[in-house]
Design a binder for this molecule. Sequence first.
Ligand code: PLP
Length: 391
Amino acid sequence: MTSPVMPTYARADVAFERGEGPYLFTSAGERYLDFGSGIAVTSLGHAHPHLVEALKAQAEKLWHTSNLYRIEGQERLAERLVENSFADTVFFGNSGAEALECCIKLARKYQYAIGAPERYRILTFEGAFHGRTLATLAAGGQEKHLEGFGPVVEGFDQVEWGDVAAAHDAIGKQTAAILVEPIEGESGVRMPVKNFLRDLRSLADEHGVLLMLDEVQTGIGRTGKFLAHEHWGVAPDVAAVAKALGGGFPIGACLATATAAQGMVAGTHGSTFGGNPLAVAAANAVLDIMLADGFFDQVEVMHKKLIDGVDSIARRYQGVIAEVRGLGMLIGMRCIGPNTDLVAALREREMLVIPAGDNVVRLLPPLIIDESHIDEALEKLADACAEIAAK
Ligand SMILES: *Cc1c(COP(=O)(O)O)cnc(C)c1O
């Protein structure tokens, strides 16, 4: 059957009717274990009672007023993001790409504001994914995403992932900022080399450029800390977050220090929907849960159990899984055969996972999983590996 939806996605032929915690149900009543969370979005699981309650309550009061007026929930959300991060100020949009667009514009405007308008270029890293708008595509620099969409937006330079010396050499008089993911998610949960972020921080300071982190996938709890860069004790000047922020409701944000954001005065940037009352109600509810005492301690306990289990399956099926890597609930399994075989074998076992670059399969379960969900996932994974190994 053909659908009038523009065919930009090669969709699996399955649809879900409702969700509950880490489970999704089809209309036929089949129950899938969701270890994809959308794509790293529904980090508190499906239909979390606190989120449902918050969104329902807001839906009955007010949906939209625009950013011409104060939005109390938005102010509260910004305060909480600032209190729990390096940032002093926050701009709200509706997606990851929009959060990154704000970062890119902010970097150019910062240099302009301090009297260096010739500094407009952004240094990025090979394998990066920053979104699908024209500027974020140029930032990501991936041939397969850019093909046919030229000319490529000007002003981005790219060096090898992890290569600090190359980054040093690539920074010139026109460089405004360094933009990097703490862990490259889409290209296969690629982990940073030792001291990578710390060295980039030094480089940025040395050259008077901003350090901007794309935490759209890693941020808001995914790696077991509120923001992933906390793992390395390095603070950026700017960070983009989105995926997990609304618990499934579309919202993204650009977080920045006051210094970095000094050019972003009234009239310089905007969004019709950004930070709308429904979106910020959902995001505030997400923070109620995630910022509660002990939440991330529990995530760490579950991370350990999950990764130990996956590691031992990888050792048992060395012809199937070559390597396991990741932090928190962002775990990548690099496959020997095509990663799509493992994704398909797991879907046959009613478990959802997400493929990524470098022939990786990502496990992105909601942060609220308990031991029983992990046992169930490991059983399905071992079973799928056994089937692939027997081929
Ligand atoms: C998903 C993602 C984006 C793009 O987010 P959208 O909401 O799809 O625009 C940008 N950067 C990273 C690291 C991502 O994982």
